[in-house]
Design a protein around this ligand. Structure first.
Ligand code: ZN
Length: 455
């Protein structure tokens, strides 16, 4: 067979395969060890030479030190890639989950903006466009951040942790596209051991196979440029377990030897070369990711919302909030979950129809005015919890008194349990276990649904 014909056939085979998208991202955060600047430069240039566009999530203070050190070469190299945001100071206390643990949804969002907005605006100024995504430092995740990011115009949350997830693929949560908690679809090569490179290639192949078997999917890989410069993390040597030394007391992390540094680059680029040759692979950045998926807000098909009667969860690609809105006759739109868990106080087994009709109108008006779901729905001086209201509405026979139905909030199962484990990060104080943030995450799980790739 002629080579041209063969390659045309192979291209055809690749095109017919379900799509696999790869996001490569770097948390660019070490503002203490200057040689991490050189690592960012070398990675950005080495990837550009290979035609690979990555996403660099940059810490505000890191950008400031790059400017102060005159590293326009690094800034220029990073500008060839996509830019995301990774907080103002990353590990100087209090970290986001520390200061948000005691706050509510709305005041917490405002506080995140007060503390973190400056670095975001600096990146916008330096790179000529606002960062396209955000990810938390360590596992210092909090649900209030979603509201703040939306108000800044950010559409993508990209990171990897266990607080919330949906079948190891991207999902919508709090109105943002989450590329998060991808499980076996997060693949990395060990930079320290060439003998393990074969294993990383095998795990990549398995992830590709898994994504294709689902009809297409997303795989992510992440690193930190400082991993090529130092053998210990810049923040662990300074800010561990709540320590917060003055700037003059900051210690430099231990450097890699030149041999181990060069080996780490060799392993990485060999792995990247392997990955990028995957037939049909599309390499995308965080900013490009939303266009891969069906729009966030569309109208559910008639009848689908009835499923809330038995299970409050995402159904058919729609969130429980989407389905509740359709039952109330509201336009498809993102609305946040409730701010507080309320209990049903109505004691009868049925609700008179005029009372329930008034409650429906009141709930719809609350949602329109506040842009979020109510904590409870009032029936005179008594109330239904939001879950019981939704289940009752979904099961409403349409005439006569309305039978009260208890809601089963299955979407809460998609939120991680055990705050001590989920927030176990060397920077957080020992014993840090903000259950309040997971409770808030469960309330916001009304908004959770899978992100479905466009066909
Ligand atoms: Zn980080």
């Amino acid at each position: 067979m002629k080579p041209l014909l063969l390659s045309l056939l192979l291209c055809g085979a690749a095109a017919a395969q379900p799509p696999v998208y790869w996001l490569l991202w770097f948390d660019t955060e070490d503002y203490i060890e200057p040689s991490s600047d050189d690592a960012a430069l070398r990675l950005a240039e080495g990837l550009r030479e290979r035609g690979v566009r990555a996403t660099f999530k940059i810490v505000g203070e890191k950008a400031r030190v790059l400017v102060a050190r005159g590293r326009t070469d690094v800034l220029r190299a990073l500008a060839a890639h996509d830019i995301g945001y990774h907080t103002e100071f990353h590990s100087i206390h209090p970290a986001p989950a520390e200061y948000l643990a005691g706050m509510g949804l709305l005041d917490g969002a405002a506080e995140f903006t007060r503390r973190e907005r400056g670095g975001f605006l600096l990146l916008e100024k330096l790179f000529g466009m606002p960062p396209g995504c955000y990810g938390q430092p360590g596992n210092s995740w909090a649900p209030q951040v979603n509201l703040a990011l939306r108000s800044w115009g950010v559409k993508v949350y990209m990171d990897d942790a266990g607080h919330v997830g949906f079948d190891e693929q991207p999902f919508w949560y709090g109105g943002l596209l989450y590329i998060f908690n991808l499980g076996r679809h997060t693949v990395r090569a060990d930079l320290n051991d060439p003998a393990r490179l074969a294993e990383a290639k095998r795990r990549w192949d398995e992830a590709v196979e898994s994504a294709r078997s689902r009809g297409g999917g997303v795989i992510q890989t992440y690193y930190h440029p400082t991993e090529w410069a130092t053998s210990e993390f810049w923040d662990a040597v300074n800010f561990s377990h709540g320590a917060n030394p003055e700037r003059s007391e900051w210690k430099k992390p231990r450097l890699r030897t030149p041999e181990s540094r060069e080996q780490a680059y060799r392993i990485f680029f060999e792995w990247v070369d392997y990955v990028r040759r995957t037939p049909g692979l599309r390499i995308v950045t965080a900013r490009e990711a939303p266009a891969l998926f069906e729009p966030r807000d569309s109208a559910p098909p008639a009848g689908l919302a009835r499923r809330l009667a038995d299970s409050l969860d995402a159904h058919g690609g729609f969130s429980a909030a989407d389905l509740l809105l359709s039952l109330l006759g509201l336009e498809p739109q993102h609305v946040d979950g409730p701010v507080r868990r309320a209990a049903t106080t109505w004691t009868e087994t049925e609700i008179p129809r005029p009372v329930f009709d008034r409650a429906k109108r009141d709930a719809a008006d609350f949602i329109r005015v506040h842009g979020r779901l109510p904590d409870e729905v009032w029936l005179g001086s008594q109330c239904l919890s939001l879950a019981d209201f939704a289940a009752t509405l979904a099961a409403d026979p349409g005439s006569g008194p309305v039978p009260l139905r208890r809601g089963r909030a299955d979407f809460e199962q998609r939120i991680g349990r055990d705050a001590a484990r989920l927030y176990n990060w060397v920077i957080h104080p020992k014993g840090f276990a903000p259950e309040s943030l997971l409770e808030m995450a469960r309330l916001q799980a009304w908004t959770l649904k899978p992100a479905r790739l466009r066909r």
